[in-house]
Structure formats: structure tokens, C-alpha cells
Design a protein around this ligand. Sequence first.
Ligand code: ZN
Length: 332
Amino acid sequence: MFRRCCEPVGLGVGQSGWRLKAGCDYIAVLRCHLSSMFPSTRIFPLSVLALFGFCLLACGDPKPSPGGELVVSVRPLALIAQEITKGEIPIRILIEGRDPHHYAPSIPERAALERALLIVWLGPQMEGVMAGQMASLPAERQLQLLTNSTFEYQGASAADMHLWLRPRNAAIAAAQIAERLAQLRPQSAELYRRRARDFSRSMANLQKVLDRALWGYRNVPIVVTHDAYGHFFGSAGIETRALAYGSDRGYGARAMLDLSGAGEGCLFGDVPENARDRQLARHLGLHYGTLDSLGAQLGPDASYRDLIESLLAQARGCLSRIPDASTRGSRN
Ligand SMILES: [Zn+2]
């Protein structure tokens, strides 16, 4: 009897299903336990009523609290948000050590999403698997950055939206975050907007430094295993050639053929360094380097500027091995 009535029969997939698994569908869980304990007498002791009341308090619909978290999909968005919040709002990073293209939230992570003050993510074009969960959450508690059309894409792929790799785009994202937080916390609105303006000025300068540093490498063949890095190199006029597009990580024979004999250049793969990408670089006659697009290797107190500066150092680590290119690069 217990087994039959405790099966999730009649519950739809999605929110009801996960709430039952989490023990939060208290009515179904309590009713079936009671019927197995008191099959014939329908005894309903006071202690059970107290338990029922406790379950109501513990498992009621999660609501965003005024002091709730700012939840972001990936760490670079946390670094950008931090420029606006300056530690005054706790920030939770949802996707760590996993691929944002293929990430699906776990049950505790879904609960965190439901409780969040605001959720910042790129959109279904980037965090595709997460989009299903986001569709069930109210629009006023999420900020889809890609709905903003002012991001720049020069030299970058529109199929793989690692927009945070370009400082000018980080400034646009920060302004969006500041505006939404200003609506949620009007008493701090001016503070958030002022921080966004300061960050924007700082990012305009950082973009110039980055473009100058990379400009000398614009004629060097750069192949990337992941079509994200045009957002980093593209503003300097550097064209990257990708072995895989968007969330696809398989390298086609055609792409390999097109890229063989490209000349002395670099193949950049995602961190961590690995034998497969190293072998691929050797096969294509390229030097091999890695790039940390998600800031996974940065220290806990790193800033957004640290992310960009570490990417530049990683890029130069490979590019400076090309004699002509390193001469050109060092003059800038
Ligand atoms: Zn990607």
C-alpha cells in the first residue's frame, strides 16, 4: 500500500516532480505515510498535525526574499556583477567546472533559482539546457542579457555568445545589471548607476590596452577549438578560425583540411591543457596554448580586469613563440 500510494502518479513532470523528489510535496508524502501507519482507523494524532504545520513552513513555495541572492550563470558574469554590487549583495555562481552550453540545474540549484532576488544569464542561445527551467520563473526576476541589442560582435561568432570576453561588452552587461538592481532596490539606484558609469569608463580604457597589445598579431593564423574567442580577439582586427561551432565540440574532417597548412600560428584550446588539443596543434603545424574563458583558474578575489589580463597573458604565451609576430606584438 505504501509503495503504491507513494509513487509519483498523477504528478506532472517539471516542478511538481522535483518537489516530490525533494520531499517538499508534503501533502502527497504525508497522506501516504499516514495511510500506511493508520490503514483502518484514520487516527490523526496532534503530533502529526504539528508535523504537518512544520512541513508547511519548511516547504512552502520558495519566494524571493528582499535580502536574496543575485544568481549568475557563469563566473565572468559574477565578476561583472561584483563591479556593481561591491559585496553588498551575495552572488551565487550556478555553473562552475561545467560547460554552460550543456548545463542543467540540479534540484538544490533549482530551489536557489526560485529563491533568487535576480538571476542573470545570457539566454537560450548560450545556456541552452538551462532555458527550460528559466521559462518557469517570472520574467521580472531574471535578466537575459542577450535581449540587449547593443553588444558588439566585430570578428566574433554570433553562434557562440561568450560576450564577456570583450571589455566593452562587459560594460554593457554591467549597465543592464545596474538598471535591474536599481529597480529592485530604488534606495541604492544612483549608487548602482554611478558604479556602472565608472566601470564603463574603465572598460573603454582596458579595451584600448587589449586591442593595442593584440594588434601586432593580426596576421598570425589563430585557430581555436571553441568558437568563443572571436569575442576576445576580434576587436583588435584578428580573425580566429574555429574547429567547432557553438556547443558542438566535434572537429570535422573538413575543418581540419581547411586549416592544415595555415602557416606558423597558434591553436588555442580551453583549459585545462590536454593531450588531444596538443596533438591536434601538432597535426596542424601550430603552437599550442590554452585560454581560460570562464575564469576557472583565477583566484577567489579576482576581478573582471584580472580575467582579461590573464587571457592576454595566456594568448601572448603562445603568440610570442612566433618570432616575427612577437617582434610586431612587443612594439605595441
Ligand atoms: Zn561556447
